[in-house]
Write a protein that binds this ligand. Sequence first.
Ligand SMILES: Nc1ncnc2c1ncn2[C@@H]1O[C@H](COP(=O)(O)OP(=O)(O)OP(=O)(O)O)[C@@H](O)[C@H]1O
Ligand SMILES: [Mg+2]
Ligand SMILES: [Zn+2]
Length: 364
Amino acid sequence: MAVLYRKYRPQSFAEVIGQEHVAQTLTNSITGKNISHAYLFCGPRGSGKTTIARLFAKAINCEKPDGAEPCNKCSSCMEIMQGRSMDLIEIDAASHTGVDDVRQLIEGIKFAPVKSKYKIFIIDECHQLSKSAANALLKTLEEPPTHAIFLLATTEAHKMIATIISRCQRFDFKKLQISEIIKKLEFIAKKENVKFDDSALSLIALNARGSFRDAESLMDQCINFSGSGATVKTDDIKELLGIVEVGQISKFVDLLISKYAKNSILFLNEMAEGGVDLPEFAKTLVFYLRECLLLKINPEFLNAKGSGLSGEEIEKIKSQTAGLTDKQIQNMLELFIDAENKMKYSSIIQLPLELAVIDATNAE
Ligand SMILES: Nc1ncnc2c1ncn2[C@@H]1O[C@H](COP(=O)(O)OP(=O)(O)OP(=O)(O)O)[C@@H](O)[C@H]1O
Ligand SMILES: [Mg+2]
Ligand SMILES: [Zn+2]
């Protein structure tokens, strides 16, 4: 089966989701023929940096562009899509250990393009360039040949040397929104002819944490798990991801609300003994309490699509929080956010949760 993230990598600016600010400025510079020698794409993983870098490269070397869009038919476009263009050199600074190779490659930008208008370098994870390679890059950026374009991408801009950053036009990519991810997942599901339960796609999107690559690989796993032709169920995804059952969280919140400190702690022990991943439990609990708070403030904030919760679960939250004030839920939320953070450093992983339980069950 095809790997989704390769199959559905956008081939035109129109297919890019989110990142409107980036796409807009880049397409304007293409149509206005106002192209810089160096761009820096910063932002979270799987947000489209490499995708947009390749698109931009393709568009500026395209023989028959349609406005700012590459034609995806000419020999230059084809070569880029097949990864065999002589005028587009991609370097992954993270995996390239041959320090001198990289330096030589960068210095090679002096030579004119083989057949296209521009010779383009995409340097991924450029914060990891070796010192000598970074210096070679800096020297080239100080006096770039007219045919040369550098597209630098990084998830960690703060680790780059300032002199390189200052010579680039910088774009900050955003984490993709859940609703944006869902939209593209729906599109892929249709194309792949796979059915998903209503809240299944939301659950995938939610667990991708803003990275489209992660969303697509989760989707891959789900399709493989359920088999083609079947409907992918929300429960399958939960099992696959080791997601803590919302039902369990809900029971735990019942105990907290009833102020049963002893039973709440016993419950945690049972969870831990039953193999539940406690950090995952804490994360889901915080997520759940947030939904409780949102629902309390305004029921319209919560819908099955955006939260990954089923209608039943939402009804349950409603009855559960009926007797509580906003402030009480807020306090609980703050206690468990704090516990979640402290778990990262605690030698007894359960302890921060237990302390939060005691505070929560003693609260007014
Ligand atoms: N903004 C987006 N619109 C549409 N699809 C996207 C977008 N961002 C990412 N994708 C999808 O996710 C996959 C990975 O994206 P890409 O390689 O561009 O991410 P990246 O930002 O370079 O991540 P990394 O920092 O991990 O290299 C792409 O193949 C594409 O299918
Ligand atoms: Mg990348
Ligand atoms: Zn073309």
